[in-house]
Design a protein around this ligand. Structure first.
Ligand SMILES: [Cu+2]
Length: 327
């Protein structure tokens, strides 16, 4: 075997190892948000996502075993049957047992994978009775979320570098500092100057929105998804939901969020120049917090509604810190 071939085999083996490790180390992924250097799926916060994660891991193991098996066969053939070690090749053309085996075994593997796969598919499309129904409408380029029973609509616009700097500095100081800039120079200045503010505010750049939506924990939420203009796609990876938003049609997904926290998704079908500017932010809260939030929205006090969510998150951070200190 030439050195180059050996190198190729080594690279393949390393790739297989990486696949195995990615399935075995979900701790690298975040809950409700992407993480730097993430491998594998985001952590699960719903029964459907638990099932997706299990199927993903099982299929990953099956794939890895198959790849290693085929790789082993190839390496064996290269060593055992090259011209030097096997100068007089066999002239065998058929082997009934082998041919039946390599037809039946892959069929059994595929049927085996299809059983949990169909189970998941049925669960995804069997809708339990809704506790909360939200109609999500994609617009170029923001999401509107209408709480159908409460007749309340929350419009979520992405917070950009300018927004967060204006909030920090105030309009006058902002205009004074950046008024003379435009184009790439303005863009770069805003980007550089806003980075520390993002970190300080503990907000996720490109994922934070001005008005978040909230859902109660451990309740069934049905999301009806449609669009006002072009095709968008509504998703929250940690809930295991993703659905295209097609104008003139309504599709539905459901989830039951099992962990309190902040969850993020992004429009997931290329919809135009600000496709990257329409994130989705969902806050999963306890029922009393949800009720207070909804009451504030009904009273048309959007600022207070967002404050209720932020205060809830802040209080949980404080509780977690004091628990950590007590330990
Ligand atoms: Cu979109």
């Amino acid at each position: 075997m030439s050195k180059r071939m050996f190198g190729a085999v080594a690279v393949l083996a390393a790739a297989c190892l990486a696949i195995v490790l990615s399935g075995a180390t979900p701790a690298l992924a975040g809950l409700g948000q992407p993480t730097d250097g993430e491998l594998g799926l985001q952590l699960s916060a719903s029964p459907i996502m638990d099932e997706i994660t299990t199927l993903f891991n099982v299929v990953n193991i099956v794939i890895t075993v198959i790849v290693l098996f085929v790789l082993g066969l190839m390496v064996w053939v290269m060593f055992r049957f090259n011209e030097k070690s096997n100068p007089t090749p066999s002239r065998t053309t058929h082997n009934t047992f082998l041919e039946v085996a390599w037809t039946i075994v892959p069929i059994l593997i595929l049927v085996g994978i299809s059983i949990p796969s169909f189970h998941l598919l049925f669960n995804q499309y069997t809708f339990p009775k809704a506790d909360v129904t939200i109609k999500a409408t994609g617009n170029a380029w923001f999401w509107e979320h209408e709480y159908v029973d409460d007749k309340v609509t929350v419009t979520s616009n992405m917070v950009n570098d300018e927004d967060i700097l204006r909030a920090k500095l105030g309009d006058d100081a902002f205009d004074k500092k950046y008024g003379s800039l435009d184009g790439a120079a303005l863009h770069n200045a805003l980007y550089q100057d806003s980075l520390p503010v993002w970190a300080e505010d503990k907000k996720l750049r490109r994922l934070a929105v001005d008005q978040e939506i909230a859902v109660p924990v451990n309740k069934v939420v049905i999301v009806l998804i449609t669009s006002n203009d072009v095709i968008h796609s509504w998703t929250i990876p940690s809930f295991g939901v993703k659905q295209q938003a097609v104008p003139g049609r309504t599709a539905a997904v459901w989830f039951k969020a099992t962990k309190v926290g902040s969850y993020f998704g992004q429009c997931s079908v290329l919809c135009g120049k600000l496709h990257s500017g329409m994130p989705i932010a969902v806050r999963v809260v306890e029922q009393p917090v949800y009720d207070a939030w909804m009451a504030a929205l009904k009273a048309k006090d959007r600022k207070k509604a967002q404050q209720i969510l932020d205060a809830d998150t802040a209080s949980r951070v404080v509780i977690q810190q004091s628990v950590a200190q007590a330990q």
